[in-house]
Design a protein around this ligand. Structure first.
Ligand SMILES: C[S@@+](CC[C@H](N)C(=O)[O-])C[C@H]1O[C@@H](n2cnc3c(N)ncnc32)[C@H](O)[C@@H]1O
Length: 378
C-alpha cells in the first residue's frame, strides 16, 4: 500500500545494490571457490538456485534468513502442479507446461555432479540438501521473482545469459496489466529503481507490470491468472482452422505453405476485441476461391478482395468461436466435477477454472463482435 499518492514518474522503490542477490553475491560467498573449480562451469541460474537452497538449509545461520522466511513455501507454476491438473490446460499451454517440467527435471539431473562437488561444505549428504523438491523451489523462486539485470559473461559460468537479480521487498509487488512502470538498475545511484508511469492513489495497493502477458503466459511463468486481463486471448491452432474449411479445396496445401512462409500460422487468436487481425487474415487467405487465388499477397497486406471472401472468413471465424465456446464449457464442467472429487487439489483446480472462465468471457465477447461484423452482409 502506498502511504501517499504517487504521481507519474515518482519512485515506488529504490533498492541499493548491496540488497540484491545476484551471481556476484554467490561468487563472493563460500560457494565461490567451488564454482571456480567446477568443470564444466555451472550456469548463472544454477549458481543462484544452489545459493538459495544452501542458505535455506543454513536456517538461522543465514544472513538472508529474513528474506528467505517471507518467500513462498510452495509455488503454483505448472511444473509444481499435478499432471492430471496440467492435463486440463488448453492445448498450447499444456505443451509448454510439459516442456517446462522436462526442462526443470533436466536442470536437476545435469546439476548432480556440481552438487556432489559441494559435499565438503556440508555435514549432511548433499543428495538430501539438494533434492529435486529443493531445487524446484529455488527454480520457481528465481523464475517468479527475479528482476532483469544484465551481468557481463564470466569465465566461471557457462555462457547462458546472466540476467537475474533477486530483489527483496521489491519482489513483493504484484502484477497488474493496467499499470505502467519503469524499472531498471541505475548505474549512477547503484540502486535498482522502480518508478510509476501511471500514478497510484493514497492507501491503494501499488502494482507493477510484469509485461504485456496473456493469461497462459502468466500461468506458465508466474503461476496465476489475471481477471479481465486486456492481453488475454484464446489461441487457434492451424489444424483447427483447416478443420472448418472445405476438404475439397485443391489449393489448401499451397495456402497453408504460404501462411507458414509468411509467419501467419502461429499466434492466431481471439481476444476481447474479437478475432485478431492475424486470425482474420489467415482465414481470408484460406477462404480464397480458385479464381481469386492470385490475390493472396493483397490479403497479407490487408486488402479486401471480395464481399464473398470477407463474409466466408467471418462465418468460419464464428464457427471456430462456437466450437471453442462448446469446448470451454465442457472443460469447465469437467473441472467443476473434479473439484468435487479431488478436494486436495481444489486450489490447483480453481486456478485452471479461472483460466477457462476468462477464456469463455473472451470467446463470448468475440462471438458478439463477429455478429456485428457480419451485419453488412446479411
Ligand atoms: C514477484 S512475486 C509478488 C509478491 C507475491 N504476491 C508474494 O507475496 O510473495 C510474484 C508472484 O506473486 C503472485 N502474484 C503477482 N501478481 C498477482 C496477481 N495480480 N494476482 C495473483 N497473484 C499474483 C504470483 O504468485 C507471482 O508468482
Amino acid at each position: 500500500m502506498s502511504k501517499t499518492s504517487l504521481r507519474e514518474g515518482q519512485m515506488i522503490i529504490s533498492l541499493p545494490e548491496s540488497c540484491l542477490l545476484t551471481t556476484d553475491t554467490v561468487i563472493r560467498s563460500y560457494l565461490g571457490t567451488y564454482i571456480a573449480k567446477c568443470q564444466p562451469p555451472p550456469s548463472p541460474l544454477l549458481a543462484l538456485c544452489t545459493f538459495l537452497v544452501s542458505e535455506k538449509h543454513a536456517g538461522d545461520q543465514s544472513l538472508w534468513k529474513p528474506y528467505l522466511d517471507i518467500l513462498p513455501k510452495a509455488y503454483t507454476c505448472p511444473v509444481c502442479l499435478e499432471p492430471k491438473v496440467v492435463n486440463l490446460f488448453p492445448e498450447p499451454l499444456k505443451a509448454k507446461a510439459e516442456e517446462q517440467r522436462a526442462r526443470v527435471q533436466g536442470f536437476f539431473s545435469s546439476s548432480r555432479d556440481f552438487f556432489s562437488s559441494l559435499q565438503p561444505l556440508f555435514s549432511e549428504a548433499v543428495e538430501n540438501i539438494f533434492s529435486y523438491s529443493a531445487l524446484l523451489w529455488a527454480w520457481c523462486t528465481v523464475n517468479t521473482r527475479a528482476v532483469y539485470m544484465k551481468h557481463g559473461q564470466r569465465k566461471c559460468f557457462s555462457p547462458e545469459p546472466d540476467t537475474y537479480a533477486l530483489a527483496p521487498y521489491l519482489d513483493l509487488l504484484n502484477h497488474s496489466p493496467d499499470v505502467q512502470v519503469k524499472a531498471s538498475f541505475n548505474e549512477k545511484t547503484r540502486c535498482y529503481e522502480v518508478r510509476t508511469a501511471s500514478g497510484c492513489r493514497k492507501h491503494e495497493q501499488v502494482f507493477i507490470c510484469y509485461g504485456p502477458h496473456d493469461n497462459q503466459r502468466l500461468l506458465l511463468e508466474y503461476g496465476f491468472v489475471s481477471i479481465q486481463n486486456p492481453h488475454a486471448c484464446v489461441y487457434v491452432s492451424a489444424e483447427l482452422l483447416v478443420k472448418y474449411l472445405p476438404s475439397t479445396d485443391k489449393q489448401m496445401n499451397k495456402k497453408i505453405s504460404i501462411l507458414k512462409d509468411h509467419d501467419f500460422i502461429e499466434n492466431l487468436t481471439f481476444g476481447w476485441d474479437g478475432p485478431s487481425w492475424r486470425l482474420l487474415t489467415a482465414l481470408k487467405l484460406l477462404c480464397l476461391e480458385a479464381e481469386e487465388f492470385t490475390c493472396w499477397k493483397k490479403i497479407l497486406l490487408g486488402d479486401i478482395i471480395s464481399d464473398t471472401n470477407e463474409k466466408r472468413s467471418l462465418v468460419i471465424a464464428q464457427k471456430i468461436c462456437h466450437y471453442f465456446i462448446e469446448e470451454t464449457n465442457a472443460m469447465l464442467q469437467k473441472v467443476s466435477h473434479m473439484k468435487d472429487e479431488e478436494v486436495a487439489l481444489i486450489n490447483q483446480l480453481t486456478l485452471v477454472e479461472t483460466l477457462w472462465t476468462e477464456e469463455l468471457k473472451i470467446l463470448q465477447a468475440s462471438d458478439e463482435i463477429l455478429n456485428s461484423l457480419q451485419m453488412p452482409f446479411r
